[in-house]
Design a protein around this ligand. Sequence first.
Ligand code: FE2
Length: 278
Amino acid sequence: MSVAADFARDGFAVVPEFLSAERCAALVERAEQLAERHAPEAPRSSIFTTVEQERISDAWFMGSGGSIRCFFEAGSDALAAARAVNKIGHALHDLDPLYAEASYDPRLVDLARAAGLPRPLVMQSMIIFKNPGIGGEVTVHQDSCFLYTEPGAVVGFWIALEEATLANGCLYVAPGGHRGPLRERFRRAERGGAEFVTLDATPLPRVEELTPLPVAAGTLVLLHGHLPHWSGANRSAQRRLAYAVHCIDADARYPDDNWLRRDPLGPARELTAGPPPA
Ligand code: FE2
């Protein structure tokens, strides 16, 4: 089956060996450097969790769309900052040269087009650490909730930089679930911060109904913005580092009450443009 056919049928497609072991190792090393450099400047109260929908919506989070910022795991106060990192986001693709190169990889243009985005704009990027013993669950969600466009035109590139297993919190997906409605969106609230708003009351699938996707390091998973997916807590001794990039289509409307804004960077760049000049 082709990537486009898999994607149309399932709402996701697995591309093994997208990155070499050497590229993964270089990106892992950079991720560790970024955590060391940026964790000390982040407030330890910047907890990132999707459990109980108490997603952080403070100024640190709301202003991260155009910068490189660390967010911590809940209950990580006793750990060294770098070990406590949940994720780093959300403009690595425009601010870190090594991640920019990975984010504007020309092969992603074909994958975006196979996913139905003729003019992909690179909106958001994050390194997800899923540290051993503390890396938390990410509850069942649809990525278009956080990057809302009209019509829906969001694709995620999720790349395992380290092996993702059943034990360390691999992705779980709902094959075909992309044909369902978008259940909610996360938008800027008038009182400040952001809030979840229900768009369709159809329940998301339960975790027990999902299919696990354990993958080797270097594997890319292409995700439709409406595809319900989940990952569990990392209860193993092995970290599960992943890099995720999200694109929207340039011809879709991106309402300005989306939580993610690019300030102080300029408008999002097209994937075809290649990495920003150094
Ligand atoms: Fe997601």
